[in-house]
Design a protein around this ligand. Structure first.
Ligand SMILES: Cc1ncc(COP(=O)(O)O)c(C=O)c1O
Length: 413
């Protein structure tokens, strides 16, 4: 295999159709930001839009802005902007709450849709993100069911016991391994199992086709590839075949068919809107709306197909360079992957990431032993990847990471 040179990386950036989109983000000079898969950077449009929402809509419009500024529409309006990114039609997605809360809502709804005789088990992966496991275990318990786990390889065998619900994160947060959504959903449906997909590392990162896969429910977060800012609200999708039957276990007033009738008893809104619970977090949603619009600017440059092509090229370059320059790292990201590259390293993983961050290369560490680097084709350049691996190689070669200051654990890794 011929190695990519630094000059070739620069040439690839010059020919990149997505290159103009980098200008849409506020990126600190000199920083190589490979953490958009944890927190997307600030879109340049967001501060002014937020300032307007605060000073004009809140400051001057006050309560009237619920009508005049369309605040009440935010959950559906942003849902509609997200819809094409995840293979949904308009009117099938709402933005609300956090991913964890939405997981509870859709898992409970799915359990209640399952035939009573099959309502015994939620199946998930041992390696799923912890919140998915915690929420699934408790939601199952509340319904007299239990959580069972399998490995990705053991999925087909585990399905033979016909769980009520299968909960999977499409792209694994540690390794970046990606499930074949259509194939897995089909296998689950063959045994009468409903499927809930967590798209936290998929939405805006890889093309997703929920309707094409005939999935049942999906959730995902707004702060990673959707650029909604720290703690941005999450989204929730329900297949239209379930949307008018599924029950929200948190039936709040804003999921009611007529909230302003203030009736004593709950009557769900038609469709996915019943999964809205309480008042939308207007300022956070305003920021998320800017973040999604920034991502959707890519529609004019080839959209998710172009993003995916560049993401695969960036991650391939990362793997190629790391294999050549960092023999002390073991790549754990397979060919079927999302938009990240991860390495396992028994010794010093956390300190290596801290040393890199000090050099301005931002990745993250996921316990117990994973160094994780996310690429975001809207602003990550080939030269960024090339240079990041050089920094990584130097940190490993010169033992820089062994400095005691890099071993000190911060609260957020
Ligand atoms: C796969 C996955 N699910 C859920 C979450 C957490 O979601 P939230 O904090 O929005 O509840 C994360 C956070 O990184 C995640 O990676």
């Amino acid at each position: 295999m011929t190695m990519t040179t630094r000059e070739q990386a620069i040439a690839r950036d010059a020919a990149d159709p997505l290159a103009p989109l980098r200008e849409l983000f506020e990126l600190p000079p000199g920083m190589i930001y490979l953490d958009g898969n944890s927190l997307g950077p600030l879109p340049r449009a967001t501060p002014a839009r937020l300032a307007q929402a605060i000073t004009a809509e809140w400051g001057q419009g006050l309560i009237g802005s619920w009508n005049s500024a369309g605040w009440m529409e935010l959950p559906r309006r942003i849902g509609d902007a997200i819809a094409p990114l995840i293979g949904s039609a308009i009117g099938q997605v709402v933005v609300a709450d956090s991913t964890s809360v939405n997981l509870h809502k859709v898992l409970a709804a799915a359990l209640r849709l399952a035939p009573p005789a099959q309502r015994r088990v939620i199946l998930t992966e041992q390696e799923n993100f912890p919140t998915d496991r915690y929420i699934a275990a408790e939601t199952a318990r509340m319904h007299g069911a239990s959580l069972e786990s399998c490995s990705a390889e053991g999925l087909d065998t585990a399905l033979t016991s016909r769980p009520a619900v299968l909960l999977l994160t499409q792209v694994n947060y540690r390794t970046g391994a990606m499930h074949d959504m259509a194939a897995v959903t089909q296998a689950a449906h063959r045994v009468g199992t409903l499927v809930v997909w967590d798209l936290a590392h998929s939405a805006g990162a890889v093309p997703v086709d929920l309707l094409g896969a005939s999935a049942d429910f999906a959730v995902g977060c707004g702060y990673k590839f959707l650029n909604g800012g720290p703690g941005a609200p999450a989204f929730l999708w329900v297949h239209p075949r379930h949307a008018d039957r599924a029950e929200n276990p948190l039936p709040g007033w804003l999921g009611h068919a007529e909230p302003f009738d203030f009736t004593a008893d709950y009557a769900p809104a038609p469709g996915v809107a019943r999964f809205i619970c309480g008042s939308p977090a207007v300022l956070s949603m305003t920021a998320l709306e800017c973040g999604v619009a920034t991502l959707r600017a890519a529609d004019a440059f080839g959209g998710m197909a172009a993003i995916r092509a560049k993401s695969l090229a960036l991650t391939a370059l990362f793997m190629e360079r790391a294999a050549a320059r960092c023999p002390g790292l073991r790549c754990v990201t397979p060919a079927a992957r999302g938009s990240q590259v991860s390495f396992a390293r028994e010794e010093g993983g956390y300190a290596i990431i801290r040393a890199l961050i000090t050099r301005g290369v931002i990745g993250d560490f996921r316990a117990a032993d994973i160094l994780r680097f996310g690429v975001t084709p809207l602003y990550t350049r080939f030269i960024d990847v090339w240079d990041a691996v050089e920094h990584l190689a130097e940190v490993l070669e010169n033992g820089e990471w062994r400095q005691p200051r890099f071993a000190e654990r911060l609260a957020v890794t």
